[in-house]
Design a protein around this ligand. Structure first.
Ligand code: G1P
Ligand code: ZN
Length: 567
């Protein structure tokens, strides 16, 4: 076993997006593609001067014996189990061992859900973690793969760090890699590659301990003992083992509550993106009546950080979910002292803003992507946060957390005795309803989307103050954000039109698509009058949708008759 020095050449397309580097599996399988990115990451980390690490501490082999911050440090490693997860783990172990890392803690089988990875990093005070996932993107040999780095707070790397990694990929010419044999990652225990120790752990243990510390498991057991039924679709992705152990194993949900629970490399052909377009079976089951019908339905995504929740025949939007969790947070042991504040991404509806106002706590509006919540959580400015894209979470981790949201909803139901539908309808009565819809135009040629956004941008100065039918535009801008903690700025985060009736239209280009471009149009119509809270959503936002087309000509620019997905 020895460390090899291998010549390589940069790949020009290794800039991380909204959540790490995501590409087609075939791209990742090119010789050295993954290796280059990981080497660049390790180079940047080694040069960073980590916490409490003397600069002169060297370690064996690797990039020439200069001071390296990874010496003496632990990294966490795991992924969502999709195709290419296992070979990628072996490659990363060999690179990490050759670059002076002292210890890796990894999930058995190479498995760690994204929230579990965040939990392990935090509980074990690791230097950081490497997460292998393309989240809700399709899996399998023809699907997507992804890699991202999370920092010692358990949260996604900052833009400064991801930009440094990208810069390094563009000048990289040398890899340091052990020529050791592949190791067996399927047994809990200890291994070694070069001088690097590897601890293979139960992927669920740390995460389950965090859940036990937040929620009243006895209360939840009581709910199930009383006959409550839940149905959680894990979409044959990584969330299955977590949901099975915690819901069925620890709090007594009936044995068939978690379906599609075995993680498969191709997610069993499911598209593990928990939005209404992909959960027909769940929606069908939740429409059934009678004794055996579940009262709470939920679905998780590929890496188990997203959640969709619904009651009987009643879908809850992620924006409403965040607002209701905020409203009822004091019922949960971990939040009974109240919330410091809340945060939502800019396109997420303003439902949570109204609850925050009533509670007298601040509500922050951030750009899209969980990384923007990290500083707010670290500084103790917010306790809960969420995004319209089926993500909710809290200060317990630095990632969104699908199963946490399910446990939270179950707790609220257990304490209040109300159904999801009646909880949400009561909320609308008190705070008004934000009708919400997102239209996605997938795989549009990049130049069409670029031209659309450029032309829309040029129209912005003239749009403010204009009246369209019964609505006048109050704000027309390209959202920019200044982080209140470190003062860093992020611009061009989406075009935003805010109307005088508090309705909003938002146009944004996705940062996670792996082919061509994805344009997202977000529509929010605020309706304070309880007499108008029963319209079908598509009808309720039809006028806004027509207005969006009138102003932006999305269908003309994209050469599409309509959105690929409307949720
Ligand atoms: C999407 C979601 C965003 C989420 C991200 C990672 O990013 O819209 O809210 O944080 O996935 O899960 P987008 O493709 O819009 O850039
Ligand atoms: Zn995800």
């Amino acid at each position: 076993m020895s460390i090899q020095t291998i010549a390589t050449r940069p790949f020009s397309d290794q800039r991380p997006g909204t959540s790490g580097l995501r590409k087609k599996v075939a791209v990742f399988m090119q010789p050295y593609y993954l290796d280059n990115f990981v080497q660049a990451l390790l180079d940047v980390l080694n040069a960073s001067g980590g916490p409490d690490v003397p600069r002169e501490s060297g370690g064996s082999g690797g990039s020439g014996g200069e001071a390296r911050a990874l010496a003496g440090q632990t990294l966490i490693l795991g992924g969502d189990g999709r195709f290419f997860n296992r070979p990628a783990i072996q490659t990363i172990l060999k690179l990490a061992a050759a670059n002076g890392l002292t210890r890796v803690v990894m999930g058995c089988g190479g498995i760690l859900s994204t929230p579990a990875a965040s939990a392990v990093i935090r509980r074990r005070q690791a230097f950081g973690g490497i997460l292998l996932s393309a989240s809700h993107n399709p899996g399998g040999a023809d699907g997507d793969f992804g890699i991202k780095y999370n920092m010692s707070n358990g949260g996604p790397a900052t833009e400064t760090l991801t930009e440094a990694i990208y810069a390094r990929t563009q000048v990289l010419n040398t890899l340091y890699c052990s020529d050791a044999q592949d190791v067996c990652i399927d047994k809990i225990g200890r291994l070694q590659v070069e001088h690097m120790q590897i601890e293979v752990i139960d992927p669920v243990g740390d995460y389950a301990a965090v859940m036990r510390s937040l929620f009243d498991f006895d209360l939840l057991s009581g709910l199930f003992a009383s006959g409550f039924l839940v149905r959680v679709d894990a979409m044959n992705a990584v969330g299955g083992p977590y949901a099975k152990q915690i819901l069925e194993g620890e709090i007594g949900a009936p044995l068939d509550s978690v379906v599609n629970f075995a993680p498969l490399e191709d997610f069993g052909g499911h598209h593990p993106d928990p939005n209404p377009a992909n959960v027909d079976d769940l929606i069908y089951r939740m429409s059934s009546k009678g004794m055996g019908a579940p009262k709470l339905g939920a679905a998780l995504d590929g890496d188990a950080d997203r959640n969709l929740v619904m009651g009987r025949n009643f879908l809850v939007t992620p924006s409403d979910s965040l607002a209701l969790l905020t409203q009822y947070a004091r019922l949960i042991p971990a939040y009974q002292g109240g919330l410091a504040g809340v945060a939502r991404s800019m396109p997420t509806s303003t439902a949570v803003d109204r609850v925050a106002k009533a509670l007298g706590i601040p509500c922050y509006e951030t750009p899209t992507g969980w990384k923007f919540f990290g500083n707010l959580l670290d500084a103790g400015l917010v306790t809960l946060c969420g995004e319209e894209s089926y993500g909710t979470g809290s200060s317990h981790l630095r990632e969104k957390d699908g199963l946490w949201a399910i446990l939270f909803w179950l707790s609220v139901i257990a304490v209040t005795g109300q159904s999801m539908e009646s909880l949400v309808r009561d909320h609308w009565k008190t705070y008004g309803r934000s009708y919400y819809s997102r239209h996605d135009y997938l795989d549009v040629p990049v130049e069409y989307v670029d031209t659309l956004m450029k032309d829309l941008h040029a129209k912005l100065p003239a749009l403010a103050g204009q009246t369209f039918g019964r609505r006048t535009i109050l704000v027309a801008d390209d959202f920019a954000y200044t982080d209140p903690v470190d003062g860093s700025t992020s611009s061009h985060q989406g075009v935003r039109l805010v109307f005088d009736d508090a309705s909003r239209l938002i146009f944004r280009v996705s940062g996670t698509s792996t082919e061509e471009a994805t344009l997202r149009l977000y529509m929010e119509r605020f309706e304070p009058d309880p007499a108008c809270h029963c319209e079908p959503v598509a009808l309720a936002v039809a006028e806004l949708s027509a207005l969006a087309e009138h102003i932006s000509k999305v269908r003309v620019y994209t050469r599409r008759a309509g959105p690929t997905i409307a949720t």
